[in-house]
Design a protein around this ligand. Structure first.
Ligand SMILES: Nc1ncnc2c1ncn2[C@@H]1O[C@H](COP(=O)(O)OP(=O)(O)OP(=O)(O)O)[C@@H](O)[C@H]1O
Ligand SMILES: [Mg+2]
Length: 365
């Protein structure tokens, strides 16, 4: 019967729909005849919007490689680009690798082209995380040596100032000695934080309900913010199982993130928490084998002032702060906690509109 797909057509459609790579197929006249779900999510448009339409008119954002497609039609030779950047109509830039291959019939005649697109932003994130880890390791080495060297003389200064405090009778001079003691205490506190960053305490793993952790953080941290006009929204995925994690560390992680969100909205706004099972995996390699465990994602989104693009990477650097009185350690500590759990943390921001912090944590076995 005309129009009704045959078994083999269903079979090929299922294959296309199951592929994680985006696929677009064009007929001999550049009309789009297949557009799979992975391509829908890469391009941010539905198949219904583009099917049966001319490629250049339906997807003008991809028109820049129209010339390459012409070349494939003309020469019958495939074209490959391992690192192209596509700017989608919703403003997203997606790093992709793509292959444009000719489709030929049994007689070798041209029947169109097929374009396979792989989103490699995830690979870039991993490379960025590797570069970051190198910088952090160097930083840890230098700062732990410095912290170690400063702690001892600080103890000496404090001891001497305490002796002065006991010996002195002049109240003005006593005050100076008191200032020395309290400032030394402050420096010691900073050194403690620094030591913690350099050699984080061991995790105490238990089965943790991530939603319970988030609820506790929300209860502890958002009461005052609500009074200032911050509303809190939650959108939890109830199918997320308990994960192996250190609940105290996760509390510390989300408290840091929530405080930043609240601090970014002095005039009020919305703080939204959402959880879902992510399509990212934690890959563990050992000499014998490689395992991949699925991750959950917690997104904490604010409608605050946002972060300038040039500050996005620096935000995790210890002591980077744009706040008066900020220590700049919140996100550095958060990054450490996430990495100790084998997860990843990512910041996305639009200046003037808001920021979303995405935390990925392995779901375990
Ligand atoms: N949600 C956010 N919105 C806007 N800017 C943010 C947000 N989160 C982090 N930042 C930026 O990243 C910087 C570093 O954040 P981090 O939490 O490490 O330190 P801090 O908040 O400045 O100080 P601390 O957390 O130690 O009190 C902040 O100063 C701010 O510029
Ligand atoms: Mg902070």
């Amino acid at each position: 019967m005309a129009g009704r797909p045959t078994n083999s057509e269903w079979f090929f459609k299922n294959i296309l729909d199951s592929l994680k790579d985006g696929v677009i197929t064009l007929d001999e006249r550049r009309k789009i005849v297949a557009f799979n779900p992975a391509m829908e999510s890469i391009a941010g448009v539905s198949a219904g919007q583009v099917m049966q339409r001319d490629f250049d008119a339906a997807l003008p954002e991809l028109a820049f490689f129209g010339e390459k497609i012409d070349q494939v039609y003309r020469t019958g030779e495939a074209f490959f680009d391992s690192n192209a950047c596509l700017r989608m109509r919703d403003g997203r830039e997606v790093s992709v690798s793509l292959v444009v291959s000719p489709v030929t019939d049994d007689e070798g005649g041209s029947r169109g082209v097929v374009i396979a697109v792989r989103d490699i932003s995830y690979v870039e994130d991993l490379q960025r995380a590797d570069r970051y880890a190198e910088v952090v390791n160097a930083f840890r080495f230098i700062s732990s040596s410095i912290a170690h060297e400063i702690k001892n003389p600080m103890g000496g200064i404090k001891g001497a100032a305490q002796l002065l405090l006991e010996e002195l009778t002049d109240s003005q001079l006593k005050e100076y000695a008191r200032v020395i003691v309290s400032e030394v205490n402050r420096v010691s506190g900073l050194l403690e934080n620094l030591s913690d960053l350099c050699q984080p305490a061991e995790l105490r793993l238990e089965k943790v309900n991530i939603h319970q952790v988030l609820d506790d953080v929300i209860m502890l941290e958002t009461n005052r913010a609500r009074e200032k006009g911050v509303s809190v929204l939650m959108d939890y995925d109830p199918s997320i199982p308990e994960i192996p994690a250190d609940p105290q560390k996760l509390m510390q992680l989300f408290i840091n993130i929530v405080r930043n969100g609240v601090e970014a909205m002095p005039e009020g706004g919305t703080l939204s928490f959402s959880t879902k099972v992510s399509d990212q995996f934690k890959v563990t390699r050992s000499a014998e084998h490689q395992t991949a465990s699925r991750m959950l994602m917690v997104a904490v989104e604010d409608t605050g002032m946002g972060i300038a693009p040039e500050d996005l990477d620096r935000a995790f650097t210890p002591y980077f702060t744009t706040k008066e009185g900020g220590s700049g350690l919140g996100l550095a500590v958060s990054m450490n906690i996430v990495e100790q759990h084998g997860g990843r943390i990512k910041l996305e921001s639009r200046p003037g509109e808001g920021t979303v912090v995405k935390v990925f944590l392995p779901l375990g076995k």
